[in-house]
Design a protein around this ligand. Structure first.
Ligand code: AMP
Ligand code: MG
Length: 316
């Protein structure tokens, strides 16, 4: 069931004394919440734009989900060769290109490993090392081929777009709001956020080991995403195992507690936060520093306390 939270309509004065209306609506989606705040002079138009943006996010959630029967991803994993929707194809293409850019630490075919560690159904368990070695052979993004409108999967490869799907959907929602005339706004899908317009928005970053925030960012016309080991994890033998897997060894990545990336688009923020989380602070900072316009806060636990590494352009 889809839970719809109350829609708030606020009226206030904008920059030039003009009456502005804000629609603030939250729904469930992408396994978490989606909040859209949109501002403009015409309340009705802003309201319609917000409904359209939500509809698009619902559509993409269904299309790209690993857990919805009939989604492009579920069908492709079962049928191995599939004529997919344009958006699915575009995201797979991007996922492959980004995987290449990250030198294989980001891999959209990580599905068999994430499944073996029990993160899809919360059965969380440490697989035996022979299983990990065997499943690692099945993870290889080069076995995914896009041929015209069709995507073809090589032998025993399965895809999971979870590392980038939310960012992609946030960008699509922002594009709809803008083309519908919304002047400024924010789309937040479970912490993957993009803000647009002239206004500066304050966005909090959760502390990876305590209640509350570790930082508050001021952002104008940018996106931010966080990958953290506190989001989905289990502990065994005093060790923490979290949902982002290093495809090189098949084990959950352990070098970071959290990575927040600030980027021009939500897709980039989503991708880089996951990739840097696998790489760890040292190599991760190099990857971020190579991209103009990107910033990151990389958190790791050293000697029991949280250490912060700031890289690149992080504010506004
Ligand atoms: P995020 O929360 O954006 O960091 O994405 C985490 C999700 O991406 C996981 O729940 C998996 O579905 C998927 N994933 C895990 N490890 C990887 C990886 N190395 N490359 C790409 N996707 C991954
Ligand atoms: Mg991500």
């Amino acid at each position: 069931m889809r839970h719809i939270l109350p829609v708030l309509l606020l009226i206030f004065l904008g920059g030039c004394g003009q009456r502005m209306h804000e629609v603030d609506q939250t729904e469930m989606g992408f396994g978490s919440y989606i909040r859209i705040r949109a501002r403009g002079a015409d309340a009705k138009k802003v309201g319609q734009a917000v409904q359209e943006a939500f509809a698009e996010m619902r559509r993409l959630d269904t299309l790209l989900s690993l857990f919805t029967n009939g989604s492009d991803v579920v069908r492709l994993n079962n049928e191995r060769r599939l004529l997919v929707t344009e958006e699915t194809r575009e995201l797979i293409r991007k996922g492959l290109a980004l995987g290449e850019e990250a030198g294989g630490v980001f891999d959209i075919t990580v599905e068999p490993l994430v499944r073996a560690w029990g993160f899809y159904d919360d059965s969380c368990r440490v697989p035996d090392s022979a299983t990990v070695v065997q499943l690692r052979q099945r993870v290889d993004y080069r076995q995914v081929m896009v041929r015209g409108d069709t995507v073809v999967l090589g032998d025993s490869v399965r895809i999971d777009l979870g590392g980038i799907a939310v960012g992609f959907a946030v960008d699509r929602a922002v594009a709809i709001l803008k083309s519908d005339g919304v002047k400024e706004g924010l789309v937040d899908a479970g912490g993957d956020i993009r803000v647009f317009g002239d206004r500066v928005w304050r966005v909090g970053i959760k502390h990876p080991r305590q209640q509350g925030l570790i930082r508050v960012l001021k952002l104008r016309d940018r996106a931010v995403a966080t990958s953290g080991d506190y989001e989905r994890f289990f502990e065994q033998g005093g060790q923490r195992f979290s949902h982002i897997i290093d495809p090189r060894d098949g084990y959950p990545a352990r070098k970071c507690a959290a990575v927040t990336v600030i980027a021009p688009t939500a897709l980039e923020a989503d991708f880089f936060s996951t990739a840097v989380f696998v790489l760890g602070p040292e190599e991760g900072r190099e990857l971020v520093a190579r991209q103009p316009g990107l910033g990151a806060f990389i958190y790791s636990v050293v000697g029991g306390s949280v250490r912060e590494l700031k890289v690149g352009r992080c504010d506004e």
